[in-house]
Write a protein that binds this ligand. Structure first.
Ligand code: IVH
Length: 659
């Protein structure tokens, strides 16, 4: 029996190796399952026989109480990013400054989560997540269920390797279909699904998720007499790890760009998602020479793919009502993954947008998404029409209150003109709490809608009487003393906000946050603004006739004036305190261009610059005053030098803030 047991382990291990590493299976899935069942039966009848490397571990079973923290022996670094050819060339020329002759290794950038695997005497003893790079979490119990991770190696060595755990497109689609059938929330993309699976305490769940793993990094190559990254990959493959077969050595930038172009075209044919190409200097002593920053190796970078198009079916068009009463058509889409997130709904803006593109219900449409931008329907694939498509028709009545919609002159949008329409009020309340308006934290859209429907919140001034219902609110399902106290505290502190936040929060048509700032600065308090004549308003720089008219009319409406008086009676500050907009000469009226990788998301820099009166533009020209450069800045930095434009790094930026 023991002989048969060992034999079964050998058969299953060989089958696994042939399937995952050699990509050349010799037995069918059914045969594999049959052998595995036989093995599990033997183990169940003779528990003491079970070996540490038994393939039965793949089915899971181990359940842990909590994730143990582990400290990585060497930090798990992340990669810097480049987004275009110029930036790739920038990366190469920095290498070129240090080293004259070299080659690169190009690899698909697998969209999953990185993992560190530790083997002692050839046996897998620990799997850990990257965590913050220094400290990760022990996920050994789940890692053991991943069939492409060997439980034992082909050599009895002790070694750490690193790679990426991911979920194939196929496994992801199957998982989401099952979840939909069970009424469970769907995963947005394979990366989230993979990350959610390794963070399970019960390894049976991870086992059922069919995860996979590619190995791409050897942290201590010197211990094995290895001199290049490519050799390290071959060495790890020889030990039984799955190394991506599309990895290639390239001799120069031309070959690298060809590789990138090829995979930009063919990435959709891969059975797993990749979000870019990783470029690594091949020679390990060259790598050492080029070195590291605190976060990234300087000898490697990740080229990120640009926005892509996806085709999907437009199932329906539904209408929503915004705070100004504007009625917007929205496309309900067959869910489709685009740049890592699932898209199932998107705005169609207005009637003209739909008609100009001849969008019909039932059409196959191309969806585009660029970075964080809201996805858009770019065009209809008319070749896919079946004749069953339904024409779009703009609705004529408000979907919420039923009143007749009006299309204003010179505008594409239709409006619900009913001042009592619920949808407008709810959207108006949501807007008042939003980050750029009064920044009242803790209110999600749903809470506001519920409070509105329950009668606690009808107009903006009701936020300031919510405290009188504290007891009732605390008894609502999902709320407790702490969350209500937080809400009330946040409301109370909003009273101190500077005037521009109130102006923006009021939701005056055409008045965005920038105009609100201009008005606050100009008029200093709300009464001056209320008294401003149409002429005064029109004379302000950056305020055109349409905006001026809208502001002027807003303050001629009795209900609006009543609201402002109520807010005043609750001590909501109505003066410009300047706390938000410091007049910082380093920023005000200056045009900035941001390039390269910075330590914080780009939007954070944009919002600081704008809050201090500067502008941000995307391309460097004579009009640019300052170029803020991060890591791996490319052609923009070069152009700034040519044009003699001031160049700041993050440190300069911080210094400029402190005036
Ligand atoms: S190398 C020191 N190679 O991308 C080298 N990373 O954005 C560290 N990734 O944290 C990483 N595919 O999770 C490397 N072929 C590949 C990769 C890869 C995916 C991930 C990895 C890393 C992240 C950086």
């Amino acid at each position: 029996m023991e002989q048969r047991y060992n034999e079964l382990i050998e058969i299953l291990k060989k089958a696994n190796y042939e399937y995952y590493v050699l990509d050349n299976p010799t037995i069918t899935d059914q045969e594999y399952d049959k052998y595995l069942r036989e093995l599990i039966n033997i183990e169940e009848e003779n528990p003491s026989i079970k070996r540490a490397d038994s393939p039965s571990l793949r089915v899971g079973g181990e359940v842990i109480d909590s994730f143990k923290k582990i400290v990585h022996e060497k930090p798990m670094l992340s990669l810097s990013n480049v987004f275009n050819e110029d930036e790739i060339r920038g990366f190469d020329s920095r290498i070129n400054k240090e080293i004259k002759s070299y080659e690169y290794v190009c690899e698909p950038k697998i969209d999953g989560l990185s993992v560190s695997l530790l083997y002692e005497d050839g046996v897998l003893v620990r799997g850990a997540t990257r965590g913050d790079g220094v400290t990760g979490e022990d996920i050994t119990h789940n890692v053991k269920t991943i069939k492409s991770i060997p439980l034992t190696l082909n050599k009895n060595i002790s070694i750490e390797v690193r790679g990426e755990i991911y979920m194939s497109k196929d496994a992801f689609n199957k998982l989401n279909i099952t979840r939909e059938l069970n009424g469970e929330e769907l995963f947005a993309n394979p990366r989230n699904a993979a990350a959610g699976s390794v963070r399970q305490l019960d390894s049976k769940i991870a086992s059922s998720r069919n995860l996979d793993c590619f190995i791409y990094h050897l942290p201590n190559p010197e211990e094995y007499g290895i001199h290049t990254h490519y050799e390290a990959l071959e060495f790890m493959k020889g030990l039984g790890f799955v190394v991506n077969k599309n990895i290639k050595r390239v001799k120069n930038i031309k070959e690298m760009l060809e590789y990138i172009e090829y995979w930009t075209e063919h990435r959709r044919d891969l059975p797993y998602e990749i979000d870019g190409i990783v470029i690594k200097l091949n020679n390990l002593s060259d790598q050492e020479r080029v070195g590291f920053t605190t976060k990234y190796p300087k000898w490697a970078t990740a080229y990120k793919f640009p926005a892509t198009l996806a085709l999907t079916k437009l199932k329906d068009i539904v209408f929503s009502v915004g705070r100004t009463g504007q009625v917007t058509p929205n496309a309900i889409l067959e869910p489709v993954i685009l740049m890592g997130s699932t898209i199932s709904k998107t705005t169609l803006h207005n009637e003209d947008y739909v008609l100009e593109r001849d969008i019909k219900i039932g059409d196959t449409v191309a969806i585009k998404k660029a970075g964080d931008v809201i996805p858009e329907v770019v065009h209809v694939v008319t070749e896919r029409r079946t004749g069953e498509e339904k024409d779009f028709a703009m609705i004529l009545e408000c979907p919420i209150c039923g009143s007749t919609l009006v299309r204003k002159e010179n505008e594409a949008a239709y409006y619900c003109m009913n001042p009592l329409c619920d949808a407008k009020h709810i959207e108006g309340l949501i807007h008042y709490t939003s980050r750029d308006a009064m920044n009242i934290e803790g209110f999600g859209d749903r809470i506001i809608e519920d409070f509105y429907n329950m009668g606690y919140l009808k107009t903006i001034s009701d936020f300031y009487t919510l405290d009188t219902y504290k007891k009732e609110l605390m008894e609502l399902e999902g709320f407790g003393e702490k969350s209500i106290n937080n809400l009330l505290d946040s409301i109370a502190s909003s009273k101190k906000n500077s005037l521009e936040r109130v102006i923006f929060g009021l939701g005056i048509r055409q008045v965005g946050k920038k105009t609100a700032k201009i008005l606050a600065k100009e008029y200093k308090n709300i009464d001056n603004l209320i008294d401003a004549s149409l002429e005064d308003l029109t004379n302000i720089k950056d305020i055109g006739e349409i905006i001026a008219k809208s502001i002027y009319e807003y303050f001629r409406n009795g209900d609006n004036l009543k609201l402002i008086n109520e807010l005043k009676s609750f001590d909501v500050n109505m003066t410009y305190t300047g706390s938000d907009i410091k007049d910082n000469p380093n920023f005000s009226n200056k045009t900035f261009v941001i390039t390269g990788t910075l330590s914080k998301p780009r939007e954070e820099f944009v919002s600081i610059i704008e809050s201090l009166g500067g502008n941000v533009s995307t391309s460097v020209s004579k009009k640019t005053n300052v170029v803020l450069v991060g890591l791996n800045a490319g052609s923009k930095e070069q152009k700034a030098r040519e044009l003699n434009i001031e160049i700041w790094n993050e440190k300069d930026f911080e210094n400029a803030l402190n005036v």
